[in-house]
Design a protein. Structure first.
Length: 190
């Protein structure tokens, strides 16, 4: 998957203020992700590995971009902290739920063995909306130098992204809480 391979370069270019190669690779990653998904659905080429790697590649790209954008002070610290904190917290909760629902014997090797199903995660509507908003927000911040150049409206776009950052922060917090307290977030397989 080229997204996984290009993500460290995107992060490096963003963190060092090299917007042109960062934007180019980011757009390339988004286009190849779309084409890959289209081909998989169109020709029924779905696989277990793909169902794991695709969301992992998305999360890797968004995490690296979040860190790089916050290092450059393009993304506010509060938004980056909420986005990364929610992901880390939900990852640990997922590992804990998997461990608790793992049939005996419980070993770390069996914990990492994804062929042993223990639970499924069902994203709720707020989680889906939040993910879409985060992707548009992070993608927009990556593209911000280009947007500013094309529109010549730096103050307006800065203000728009400031308010967008508030919205994403609120939905990130609320979706994280909904997964922690919601009854239907994870369903155990027994």
């Amino acid at each position: 998957m080229t997204r996984i391979a290009t993500t460290p370069f995107i992060g490096y270019f963003l963190a060092t203020g090299q917007s042109t190669p960062a934007i180019s690779l980011f757009v390339y990653s988004c286009v190849t992700d779309f084409v890959d998904g289209f081909i998989a659905r169109r020709y029924n080429l779905k696989s277990v590995l793909g169902s794991i790697l695709d969301p992992a590649a998305d999360k890797f790209l968004m995490t690296v971009c979040t860190v790089a954008l916050s290092v450059q002070h393009i993304m506010p610290w509060y938004a980056a902290t909420l986005i990364l904190g929610r992901d880390v917290l939900l990852s640990f909760v997922g590992i804990y739920v998997r461990w608790k629902s793992l049939p005996p014997p419980k070993t770390f090797k069996r914990l990492a063995d994804l062929s042993i199903p223990t639970h499924t995660v069902h994203p709720n509507l707020l989680g889906k909306v939040n993910t879409a908003l985060q992707m548009f927000y992070i993608g927009g911040l990556v593209l911000l130098p280009w947007i500013d150049e094309v529109t010549q409206m730096h103050e307006t776009t800065s203000l728009a992204f400031e308010y967008f950052g508030y919205l994403v922060s609120v939905t990130t917090f609320c979706s994280g809480v909904s997964y922690l307290v919601g009854r239907n977030a994870a369903k155990l397989l027994r």
